[in-house]
Design a protein around this ligand. Sequence first.
Ligand SMILES: C[S@@+](CC[C@H](N)C(=O)[O-])C[C@H]1O[C@@H](n2cnc3c(N)ncnc32)[C@H](O)[C@@H]1O
Length: 202
Amino acid sequence: MSALTPNFWQEHFDQGRTPWDRGAPSPQLLDWLNSKALTPCRIAVPGCGKGWEMVEFAKRGFDVVGIDYTAGAVKETKALLAQHALKAEVVKADVLVYAPEQSFDAVYEQTCLCALDPDNWIAYSEQLARWVRPSGRLYVLFMQVERPGAREGLKQGPPFHCDINAMHALFNSQHWQWPDALPTVVPHPSGWNELALCLQRK
Ligand SMILES: C[S@@+](CC[C@H](N)C(=O)[O-])C[C@H]1O[C@@H](n2cnc3c(N)ncnc32)[C@H](O)[C@@H]1O
């Protein structure tokens, strides 16, 4: 049983302790959008946080659905959308149980996986495989957080380190096509890096 609950995250929102938050959409998302690697479609943003990426998607005509189980996140995302006079669906739900009525063309995964206890990672990856339609895409940023203690076997987080071998095991070739190229390394405001890549659902 994980100690990570909506209350854990709500305290962060209440106390303004949101070190993961860029205060703007991720530069990697802007690269994907500006290069047309990601074009308007029906897309899910699990763990949407304060909603910066939601606003960017809505602005550009995506049919975007944000899913977050923390009341503060849902409230802030809705407020940010309203501030920009944009409409998008924001669902207050646990990503481990959320079941969309209609599948998605794509998922944008940014720091939701690393916010989950690894005990739930298999369940989460199975959810994403269910949400994305065949030939759909998973745009993902795998958080790299190698802390002292990892080599001694300590499980530390959130954010939990998304080791690339573990990611291959979770998003394996039975369900996902990986690109040949190495991921793009994206600096994160926390001082760590993310590995950005796009997987295709088989
Ligand atoms: C580290 S924050 C990242 C927020 C946003 N993606 C960003 O990059 O700024 C993690 C977010 O995931 C949400 N979250 C964590 N576990 C969740 C779960 N099981 N179901 C839904 N949301 C969850 C938290 O409420 C929080 O808003």
